[in-house]
Design a protein around this ligand. Structure first.
Ligand code: NAD
Length: 358
């Protein structure tokens, strides 16, 4: 099997789907790897690191299995061979046109978002590996924008109290944001609608904010709230948010518009100099004032909704993603390195979003 690694073309995307260490692993399993020249320049990995690891430089689109970070553009999809396979963030729930294009091109597509969140698939869980990067960066952004210290300081010139940081939506990104904010010395609180999260929040040294609204869904995800629940949630959060210096939001429901957790009114209730970092910008944002991809200042509170934070740490983000991709490839190939997906396997079946014209 030949694995192709193209250059990512989305604006601001600096990640690459395979790193040299993983190329070595694939070579030792009997696969060949073709890397587009310059594919990892933005991730600061030179071409010769790939050739030293056993890859060749060339046209990645003729490969049997193309590995990407972002879903291919229409032009890129047209370059895929009929019968080829593709791994990437294919956005099956939010970009159905791209999925149709792959089906018509006769491509077998594996969407990393669709890998079931079960223990056996943890090594392939690209949503988690990238969410860890995003959560870490979100805490740093909050510290950067806040006009006050995160840690408590006891100095000869007086004592500074620690910042109070609230994280709304505590999945993988939220937990990492809580842990990172605490390492910086903030006093942290977490909130989620899945009650089992309380224990995880406490395990990273944060307090649990309990609003009495439980909305666990299937597969470990939250469900969409009813209108009444949403109103109650916004009302109660509105009262709580004013007591915090920084609010980091990460709440998502797969395939849906992000829930609105922070109203303009709640932002107005924050102390001047405070900050909201909204990680849900890609799906519309958790804060009413968020402008996805931008930063606004309202009533002297900074509201920032950065897109694609993992791309801002391309080396580690690529390394972690490449290991996820490797684990998935290992599941798809036989002992000789030939692609032989077993569709009876729930991980393969879950990840596969197009194949055989379906
Ligand atoms: P996500 O990005 O889909 O959502 C982020 C968080 O937002 C979730 O915790 C969700 O409950 C919360 N949320 C949604 N709507 C909300 C609302 N209205 N108000 C408040 N919070 C809201 O989540 P994720 O990080 O992808 O994690 C999803 C699940 O996957 C979790 O249960 C996680 O523990 C699980 N997981 C399992 C494994 C594994 O066992 N293989 C690995 C990683 C994650």
């Amino acid at each position: 099997t030949v694995v192709g690694v193209p250059t990512e073309t989305a604006a601001g995307e600096r990640r690459v789907a395979l790193v040299p260490k993983v190329v070595e692993k694939l070579r030792s399993r009997g696969l060949d790897v073709v890397v587009e020249p310059g594919a990892a320049t933005a991730a600061l990995i030179p071409d010769d690191a790939y050739t030293a690891a056993g890859a060749t430089l060339g046209d990645p689109w003729q490969a049997d299995l193309v590995v990407k970070v972002a879903a291919p553009t229409a032009d890129e999809a047209a370059k895929l061979r009929r019968g080829a396979s593709l791994i990437g963030f294919l956005a099956p729930l939010t970009a159905p046109a791209g999925i149709s294009a792959l089906r018509e091109a006769g491509v077998t597509g594996y969407a990393v978002e669709s890998i079931p969140r079960i223990s056996r698939a943890q090594s392939m869980d690209a949503l988690s590996s990238q969410a860890n990067v995003a959560g870490y960066r979100a805490a740093l952004l909050a510290a950067e924008h806040l006009t006050r210290f995160f840690p408590m300081l006891t100095t000869a010139a007086g004592t500074v109290p620690p910042a109070k940081v609230l994280v709304l939506g505590v999945g993988v990104a939220g937990l990492q944001a809580l842990a990172t904010a605490r390492r910086l010395g903030a006093r942290t609180t977490g909130y989620d609608v899945r009650p089992e999260v309380a224990e995880q929040v406490r395990s990273v040294g944060a307090q649990w904010l309990d609003l009495g609204i439980e909305a666990g869904g299937s597969g470990g995800y939250a469900r969409t709230l009813t209108d009444a629940e949403r109103e109650e949630q916004q009302h109660q959060l509105g009262k709580a948010i004013g007591g915090f210096d920084a609010v980091i939001t990460t709440a998502q429901v797969p395939g849906r518009t992000a829930p609105r957790l922070v109203t303009a009114e709640a932002v107005r209730g924050m102390r001047p100099g405070g900050v909201v970092v909204d990680l849900a910008g890609e799906s519309g944002g958790n804060c009413e004032l968020s402008e996805p991809g931008g930063t606004v200042v309202a009533h002297d509170v900074t509201v920032t909704a950065p897109l694609n934070l993992p791309a801002t740490m391309p080396e580690h983000a690529s390394e972690l993603y490449a290991r996820n991709v490797l684990a998935l490839i290992e599941l798809l190939v036989d002992d000789s390195g030939a692609l032989r997906p077993d569709f009876a396997d729930e991980i393969v079946r879950g990840a596969c979003v197009t194949g055989e014209g379906e």
